[in-house]
Design a protein around this ligand. Structure first.
Ligand code: KIV
Ligand code: ZN
Length: 514
């Protein structure tokens, strides 16, 4: 079977960021974009430049820093949106403007209050404007929003017209996740067979997961001739999310007998990318999530374990190594010295300046005095901590919590803040509650900030495992998440709360233009 390239268009930073409760800072978006570039995605939709100054800045910085993937901004079929997207992207190496307008009767009537003819005209004008304004530098993608519920003949007319106007990619979104696989196959096949100039553009699909069919629909579209799929890491996105990048890429790879396409994704980067997106968005991955969930390669039943030991393929259709998952090895302990630590960093491909190395080694020694076995993940977390170190508003200098049967739980914290060191004391319903109250007392926070979500899990095995805590808080109408990792669950909880507070204040400052 002759294979054609399937382009992977990642919209984690745009549609994915529309996940309720997700609110990434510009530097976090840049960090994710660089990892997406390493993963090998063809297009990174970095944001919706006109939607906020922060989105504009994220698109601009990502366009400047990413060289190997095309960087894209979303834009409604309006002059201001397109001009703003161009301003944000113009310094980039490879760029694309993704313009869209709804085409289904229900959207035209109730949302846009526009006729079919008017929407078609607006679509064509938008495509022409992108061509003119960028003098051909920007690739043009056009999306017919709610294409899944659009009259098929009219949809074909729109697609033909935008291709004539210069669209390079025509995207067919199932905006509300309503389609079922065979119907979606037929819709894409119909477009391929009935739009006369369709060979001048790439057909793309963008499937939402409201019925849990986003991956299946995307794959059926590939069978029907789509050569770009839009997806997000871990399947995050509006409502039930988008098609998951890792599922599509691995389906095409593992069942290459079924699909006439290949991707340029470095699948060994999948796990790392998935973890990074989960950490920064605060959206935890379900244990049974295909490809990247904790249980995706775990064999519980005795029969399965026996089978896998005898011959891996009895129950494994892909190898954990394929997605970059290596067994969590014990790498170092408290007796390991500078030399062993340096060697381990080299093996992990981590390069540090002399100053960073000293700081990382100090943190490693400090951690190994509290934790018997140090795993790769511990080292990754130390390094990650170094990167964000200078930007933090708050540093937890000290914390103590007392709890037990028959006593009132109490906590003390000392926090370094831009105004100096602050001390807080409180009692609560348990050690975490007391610590959160102590932090609020130290920082002078009252009822205006509320805790919306709190999740805790063990990152490694054993009673001295690292605890990972995710919290979501809300204040002044802004919802943000924070994450903390430490062998001590109370300290991990405090770190997560302080990170969330840090993000909340930085976001508020941005909103108020400080
Ligand atoms: O779901 C959708 O229709 C979209 C478009 C903007 C492509 O996200
Ligand atoms: Zn969408």
């Amino acid at each position: 079977m002759k294979k054609e390239k399937l382009y992977i268009f990642d919209t984690t930073l745009r549609d994915g960021e529309q996940t309720p409760g997700v609110n990434l800072m510009v530097d976090e978006k840049v960090q994710i974009a660089k990892q997406l570039e390493k993963l090998g995605v063809d297009v990174i939709e970095a944001g919706f430049a006109v939607s906020s100054p922060a989105d504009f800045e994220a698109v601009r910085q990502i366009a400047r820093e990413v060289k190997n993937s095309t960087v894209c901004s979303l834009a409604r079929a309006r002059e201001l949106d397109i001009k703003t997207a161009w301003e944000a992207l113009k310094e980039g190496n490879r760029i694309r403007i993704h313009t869209f307008i709804a085409t289904s009767d229900i959207h035209l009537k109730y949302k846009l209050k526009m006729s079919r003819e008017e929407a078609l005209k607006r679509a064509v004008e938008a495509v022409r404007l992108i061509r003119d304004i960028s003098e051909g530098k920007a690739e043009v993608e056009f999306s017919a929003e709610d294409a899944g519920r659009t009259d098929l003949k009219y949809l074909c007319e729109v697609i033909e017209a935008v291709i004539d106007a210069g669209a390079d990619v025509v995207n067919i979104p199932d905006t509300v996740g309503y389609a079922v696989p065979d119907e979606w196959f037929e819709r894409i096949s119909y477009i391929k067979e009935n739009v006369p100039n369709i060979d001048k553009a790439i057909i793309s699909v963008h499937c939402h997961n409201d019925l849990g069919l986003a991956t299946a629909n995307s794959l059926m579209a590939v069978k029907a001739g789509a050569r770009q799929v839009e997806c997000t890491v871990n399947g995050i996105g509006e409502r039930a999310g988008n098609a998951a990048l890792e599922e599509i890429v691995m389906a095409v790879k593992v069942r290459s007998d079924q699909f006439p396409v290949y991707t340029d994704i470095d699948t060994k980067q999948i796990y790392k990318t998935s973890q990074l997106v989960s950490r920064l968005t605060g959206i935890m991955i379900s244990k049974t999530k295909p490809i990247v969930g904790d249980n995706a390669f775990a064999h519980e039943s005795g029969i399965h374990q026996h089978g896998v030991l005898a011959c891996r393929e009895t129950y494994e259709i892909m190898r954990p190594e394929d997605i970059g998952l290596t067994e969590s090895k014990i790498v170092l302990g408290k007796h390991s010295g500078r030399h062993a630590f340096k060697k381990k960093l080299e093996e992990m491909g981590i390069e540090l300046s002399e100053e960073q190395f000293e700081e990382a080694f100090r943190k490693f020694k400090e951690l190994s005095s509290r934790k018997k076995e140090i795993y790769d993940v511990d080292i990754e977390l130390i390094i990650e901590g170094l990167e964000g170190k200078d930007e933090k508003l708050y540093r937890l200098l000290y914390n103590q919590a007392v709890s037990g049967e028959g006593i009132i739980p109490s906590a003390t914290v000392k926090i370094e803040t831009p105004e100096g060191e602050k001390l807080g004391l409180a009692v609560g319903n348990g050690p975490v509650d007391a610590t959160y109250r102590a932090i609020k007392n130290a920082l002078g926070i009252g009822e205006e900030i509320s805790l919306k979500d709190f999740k805790i899990r063990a990152l490694t095995a054993g009673t001295d495992a690292l605890a990972e805590v995710f919290v979501t808080i809300e204040g002044s109408g802004i919802k943000v998440s924070g994450r903390g990792v430490d062998p001590d669950i109370v300290r991990a909880s405090a770190l997560a709360f302080l990170e969330a507070l840090d993000r909340l204040y930085r976001r508020k400052e941005k909103r108020e233009g400080v």
